[in-house]
Ligand binder design. Structure first.
Ligand SMILES: [Zn+2]
Length: 332
């Protein structure tokens, strides 16, 4: 087994923390429930996988290596190089601050341990014998990582129902990377329904918005985070004073990947007890979608002064969204 254990002193491009960093998102019990035994041993007990065994050692796709513990993007594929040491190696973190550096004097060596700054999971060690111009070699357990391929698509579709579509449209039309927002009806059993028919609650359709977005600017996951932060996913067939199955909380997935991401987001929110009540959001395949009548398009922008609903219901939602997701706004 080759372990490069040269003494590492604090370098200018990262700051070594003097003591152990106890950042953690979950309790030990929750980590145990979330991770496999091997993952728990490495991520939470600072274990090391056997060299030359990890799934990302020879991995060469373009994309992002994310933290197994919390999903945070940690390394980009262009930082990866073959260090012949038995573990995936990188020459830089994706962005300063994503990784925390801690002096590690265990096993009679002086090393610098690297952990995920967001969730505190152990990743491996960093050495200053890297062959590239950063001079660094981040030696990382494959088990500590997940891989997210870089999207080559320039547009993708998402369909969600989070109550009144005037509200959801107002929120999503402000997001950078969202190319088009179409209010409409989906999931029901009648063809070309009218707004009036949908409002009776008898068509089975939900008020939805269908987004066309650029996945290289914003991911499905980020769009879902906005969804869960800007409507109440715990009230069955209701959003505030809007009551009826047409206002149900629903994700209409277009492919298996969307289904999987949506399912994972709901389990994460549940595990972390983000809401006091259970999440009732449906995750169902998209079977139909009908555009709403023209006067619903851009409703909030067109009617913000004439319809009190806009001021009372939509405006606060938009303000909440803009406060929570400043970094996602158009023109930022
Ligand atoms: Zn993490």
């Amino acid at each position: 087994m080759i372990i490069a254990c040269t003494n590492v002193s604090s370098k200018e491009n990262f700051k070594v923390m003097p003591t152990d960093n106890n950042t953690t998102l979950l309790s030990e019990q929750e980590w145990k429930a979330k991770l496999s035994d091997e993952e728990y041993y490495i991520l939470r007990e600072k274990g090391t996988e056997k060299p030359f065994t990890g799934k990302f050692l020879m991995h060469k796709e373009n994309g992002y290596y994310t933290c197994k513990g919390c999903g945070e993007k940690l390394f980009k594929s262009d930082a990866k190089f073959d260090a012949h040491c038995g573990w995936p190696s990188f020459d830089a973190e994706i962005e300063k601050g994503k990784i925390t550096y801690t002096q590690d004097n265990s096993h009679g060596m002086q090393r610098v341990e690297i952990t995920c700054s967001k969730c505190g999971s152990h990743l491996g060690h960093v050495f200053n014998d890297g062959p590239t111009k950063t001079g660094l070699r981040y030696c990382v357990n494959s088990v500590s990582l997940e891989f997210e391929p870089e999207s080559t698509k320039t547009s993708d579709t998402m369909t969600i129902g989070g109550g009144c579509f005037w509200c959801t449209e107002a929120v999503y039309s402000r997001i950078n990377g969202v190319l088009k927002v179409e209010p409409g009806y989906a999931g029901g059993h009648t063809k070309n329904p009218t707004y009036k028919e949908v409002c009776t609650g008898n068509t089975g359709h939900a008020e939805v918005i269908q987004l066309t977005y650029n996945p290289s600017v914003i991911s499905y996951l980020e769009l879902l985070k906005v969804f869960f932060a800007t409507h109440d996913p715990t009230t069955l067939n209701r959003q505030g004073n809007d009551v009826g199955t047409q206002y149900r909380s629903v994700i209409f997935f277009h492919n298996e990947q969307q289904k999987q991401i949506a399912t994972e987001v709901i389990s994460e929110l549940t595990l972390n007890q983000i809401y006091k009540q259970p999440i009732v959001t449906e995750i169902v395949p998209i079977t139909n979608f009908y555009n709403a009548e023209d006067y619903h398009q851009n409703y909030f922008e067109e009617n913000s002064t004439s319809n009190p609903y806009c001021e009372i219901v939509i405006q606060p939602k938009v303000e909440k969204f803009e406060k929570l997701f400043k970094n996602l706004l158009k023109g930022k």
